[in-house]
Design a protein around this ligand. Structure first.
Ligand SMILES: [Zn+2]
Length: 235
C-alpha cells in the first residue's frame, strides 16, 4: 500500500517499513527541527487491515456495490459530458480556422506577380495569426483528449474490478470469502479502484481516511472495532 498512503499533515507520500511491527512513516519527519513533519508512525498492519476491510465491504454487500457503482457512473457521466462538449467546440473552432487558412492561402495565390504591398502584407499577417491560433487550439485539443482518456480509464478500471468480482463469484459461489483472497487479488482490486489512504492526527487520535472511485470514509485508528467516523460521501 505504501505508494497509496499520504501524510495528511504535509501531503508527502508515506514510506512503508516492513518486517515485525511494520509501520508507515512520513518522509517529512526527517526534516530539520523547524520544518519537519510532526506526523507519528502509523502501524502498517492496522492501516492495511482497515483499508482492505473497507474495500471488501463494497463487494460483500451486492446491493451496496450496485448503488456505489451506479453513483460512480452518474458522477462519471457528469464529469465526461462537459469534456466531450468542450472537445466538440474545439473541433469546430479548428475546422473554422482551417477554412480561414485555406481562404487566405487561395487569396495569396490569386494575387499574381506584382501584388499591392498592403494587400500582401495583410494576407501574410492574417496567415500568421491564423496559424498561431490553430497551434493553440491543437494544444487544447490534446489536453482535452488526455483528460477524456483519464476519465474513461477510471471507468474501465471499475469495470475490471466488477468483472473480477463476478468471475470470482461464479467460480466460488457460496464459498466466496473475501477475507481469504490472495495478496495479488487484493492488490488488483486496490489498484483498479484507485484506493488511497490519508493518515493524520485529530484531537490526539490517529485517523485514517480511505478513498477510492466508489467512495470515501474516515476511521479512528485507536478503536479496535475500526469504528467508522464519517459516512460514505457520494459526491
Ligand atoms: Zn508529513
Amino acid at each position: 500500500m505504501s505508494k497509496r498512503i499520504t501524510c495528511g499533515l504535509c501531503k508527502h507520500k508515506c514510506a512503508g517499513k516492513t518486517g515485525k511491527n511494520a509501520y508507515y512513516a512520513c518522509p517529512g519527519r526527517r526534516g530539520d527541527e523547524v520544518s519537519k513533519c510532526a506526523a507519528p508512525y502509523f502501524p502498517a498492519d492496522k492501516i492495511d487491515a482497515i483499508v482492505w476491510k473497507w474495500v471488501r465491504g463494497f463487494f460483500e454487500d451486492e446491493e451496496f456495490l450496485r448503488e456505489a457503482i451506479a453513483d460512480y457512473q452518474r458522477r462519471q457521466a457528469d464529469m465526461v459530458k462537459p469534456l466531450l462538449d468542450e472537445r466538440d467546440s474545439i473541433d469546430r473552432s479548428i475546422a473554422e480556422k482551417e477554412q480561414d487558412l485555406a481562404d487566405n492561402q487561395k487569396a495569396l495565390k490569386l494575387l499574381g506577380e506584382n501584388p499591392p504591398q498592403r494587400t500582401l502584407a495583410k494576407i501574410l499577417s492574417d496567415l500568421e495569426l491564423i496559424e498561431a491560433q490553430l497551434d493553440g487550439l491543437e494544444k487544447l485539443q490534446q489536453e482535452m483528449d488526455k483528460r477524456i482518456e483519464i476519465a474513461t480509464t477510471q471507468a474501465r478500471n471499475i469495470q475490471a474490478a466488477l468483472d473480477w468480482f463476478r468471475q470470482l463469484k461464479a467460480d466460488l459461489g457460496e464459498a466466496l470469502d473475501l477475507a481469504d483472497v490472495t495478496f495479488t487479488d487484493r492488490r488488483f482490486l486496490i489498484e483498479r479502484l484507485n484506493v488511497e489512504a490519508i493518515l493524520y492526527v485529530e484531537n490526539g487520535q490517529k485517523m485514517v481516511e480511505t478513498r477510492c472511485y466508489l467512495g470515501e470514509q474516515t476511521f479512528l485508528l485507536s478503536d479496535s472495532s475500526l469504528a467508522i467516523v464519517g459516512g460514505l460521501i457520494s459526491s
